[in-house]
Ligand binder design. Structure first.
Ligand code: ADP
Ligand code: MG
Length: 565
């Protein structure tokens, strides 16, 4: 082969290689864009359509809704399954379990549920899903960990699917959650459920970037998970957020939403949403406030309740009598002995969580912590870290006691007392989530607080609560801790704040006759914070002091009234 020919051959090969590279690149880009679309399910097309087209789309949707209400589209693509009559469910209750397969739901939803590994429904799911699929307004009440999330998500996704809802129709379903962590969790389950669907979905919550959220909303988010304050903000301020087609409002943990002072937001949200919609209200406990919101949000609702509100049967519950001066040692010994387990420890104040977190990590007991004073991104990281962890210790305030689903927690320790039996139930509900798992709960009480055990026994009806005694001697680290706290300036300040937090929480306790602050010996309480002497309660520098539970609640109420205006 001559020189000219070789040159020509090289040129041809180079062009061919270049073309192959280009082709590969193009193919990869196409695949990437496909997986992106599946993962985020965010519409990439701006949802800006003119008024005439919008009206047409809305009318088309109204027509479909009407047909759906008339029962014309009550079959999904899976014609083999029949809707289960409600009577059947009542008969099979407790003996035979109803499977998801027997529900009249679409193939993509069934496949997603199968991927989650669930075959049979929990009691609340079996009782509510058929009713919700038929468009009923419902107030669902069931103990924590009973599977309420899927009970409302499955009907929401299914109804959306039956309506052929498109991004141009804007938002159709809104799911309200009390806390950011819970909304993230619900969003996670929703994502799993929409795996084989094409509807768009998004999460908007306090602490996140409002502009990014507004961008998402303007593209048309079909199913929206939100915290109340942030939702109201976007309803009022985001021009392209189209919520005229909301056909379903879901409120999860309704009692908690109202407890933390969101009643005003809820009123406004309800007044701005279309009246002709389905409303699903879920809660673990029923209160006067929840009744008030129910009356406001729904005209006619069916109440569905599974057993009395209480603790799951598969939790072993115990209490331990422990004097103030050995509380710290007892907790330390317990945690040290159970290092291979997954444990949550509840405290009554943020400052106490902060102090114990710093102290334990200092003396080589690795612990994590979550409380309301942490920045949102830190809270999110810890939440997911503890979710993934197989073992580990999480110190927390009641921020973690509602609705959050940390998988397979072995022990719930209530180091500081809950405010009442309802709070006890919520804290304990963090273990034994789902119907097949089990867990343990330990309540630590001082001798003077023992009558709380009797209150609890009455509230829990037949569920036994055993007295637990540590089978081993306490690690005697009291002197070591006291020296450490006396010498380390930062720890010393934290200990004093924690002491004040404990006393303040005690003073604002709901059950004054049992948790009587006048019966607290401050000298002995100080020992449980590694302090040799009790600090002056009023000494705290208010600029740096972490507010107590009542102050925090008041602040939250004020914040929710004025935030995002
Ligand atoms: P709740 O909202 O009632 O407190 P969740 O919806 O958070 O409860 O569910 C609690 C746990 O039960 C979760 O880990 C969830 O994955 C699991 N779960 C939900 N439905 C089922 C089911 N049908 N079968 C088995 N486990 C389920
Ligand atoms: Mg829940």
């Amino acid at each position: 082969m001559g020189f000219q020919e070789r040159l020509l051959m090289r040129k041809i090969k180079k062009t061919a290689d270049h073309k192959t590279d280009l082709y590969k690149l193009k193919k990869k880009k196409l695949e990437d864009s496909k997986t992106d679309a599946i993962c985020s399910k965010e519409s990439t097309v701006p949802n800006k359509i003119n008024d005439k087209r919008r009206k047409e789309c809305d009318e088309e949707l109204q027509h479909k809704r009407q047909k759906l209400c008339d029962g014309a589209i009550d079959k999904t693509d899976n014609n083999e399954t029949e809707n289960i009559p409600l009577n059947d469910i009542k008969e099979t209750e407790g003996t035979e379990r109803v499977t998801f397969d027997s529900l009249n739901i679409s193939g993509p939803t069934k496949k997603a549920i199968e991927d989650m590994g669930f075959t049979t429904m929990t009691e609340i799911q079996a009782k509510t899903i058929p009713l919700l699929l038929s468009g009923k307004n419902l107030v669902g009440e069931a103990k924590t960990g009973s599977g309420k999330t899927l009970a409302f998500l499955i009907p929401a996704v299914e109804l959306m699917y039956r309506l052929h809802f498109k991004p141009r129709n804007g938002t159709g379903v809104i799911i309200l959650s009390p806390t950011r962590e819970l909304s993230m969790q619900t969003f996670g389950v929703l994502k799993g459920l929409l795996k084989y669907h094409s509807h768009t979905y998004a999460l908007i919550m306090g602490g996140a970037d409002k502009k990014l959220e507004a961008d998402k909303l303007s593209k048309g988010v079909n199913i929206l998970v939100a915290t109340p304050g942030r939702l109201l903000y976007h309803m009022k301020n985001t021009k392209d957020f189209y919520f005229n087609n909301v056909f379903c409002l879901i409120v999860d943990e309704m009692d908690k939403i109202l407890n933390i002072g969101f009643m005003k937001e809820m009123n406004e949200i309800i007044s701005l949403l279309p009246k002709a919609r389905q409303t699903m209200l879920f809660s673990a406990t029923r209160t006067q406030q929840t009744e008030a919101l129910t009356n406001l949000a729904v005209e006619k609702a069916i109440y569905v309740s599974t057993k009395v509100v209480g603790v799951a049967d598969n939790i072993t519950q115990g209490f331990m009598v422990c004097p103030s001066e050995t509380r710290l040692l007892t907790l330390f010994t317990f945690l040290k002995m159970n290092k291979k387990k997954k444990i949550m420890v509840f405290f009554s104040s943020c400052s106490s969580v902060v102090f114990h977190h710093a102290l334990f990590n200092f003396i080589d007991l690795e612990v994590m912590c979550i409380h309301g004073q942490l920045k949102q991104n830190k809270r999110t990281t810890i939440f997911f870290q503890f979710c993934r962890a197989e073992t580990g210790i999480l110190l927390c305030t009641d921020i973690a006691s509602r609705g959050l689903d940390f998988p397979s927690v072995d022990w719930i320790i209530q180091y500081d007392p809950p405010n009442d039996p309802k709070d006890y139930v919520h804290r304990v509900g963090r273990t034994a989530r789902g119907e097949e798992s089990g867990g343990n709960a330990l309540l630590m009480l001082r001798e003077e607080e023992l009558s709380f055990y009797h209150v609890l026994k009455r509230a829990l009806k037949d569920v036994p609560v055993w007295e637990i005694k540590l089978p081993y001697n306490l690690h005697d680290i009291q002197k070591k801790v006291e020296t450490l706290v006396a010498r380390n300036h930062k720890l010393n300040l934290m200990a004093k704040e924690a002491f004040r937090g404990y006393i303040k929480a005690y003073e604002s306790h709901g059950l004054k006759s049992i948790f009587d602050p006048s019966k607290l010996d401050h000298n002995l309480v100080a020992k449980s914070f590694g302090l040799r002497y009790p600090p002056n309660i009023s000494d705290s520098d208010s600029r740096h002091r972490i507010p107590n539970r009542r102050e925090r609640r008041r602040m939250m109420e004020e914040k929710s009234l004025y935030a995002e205006k």
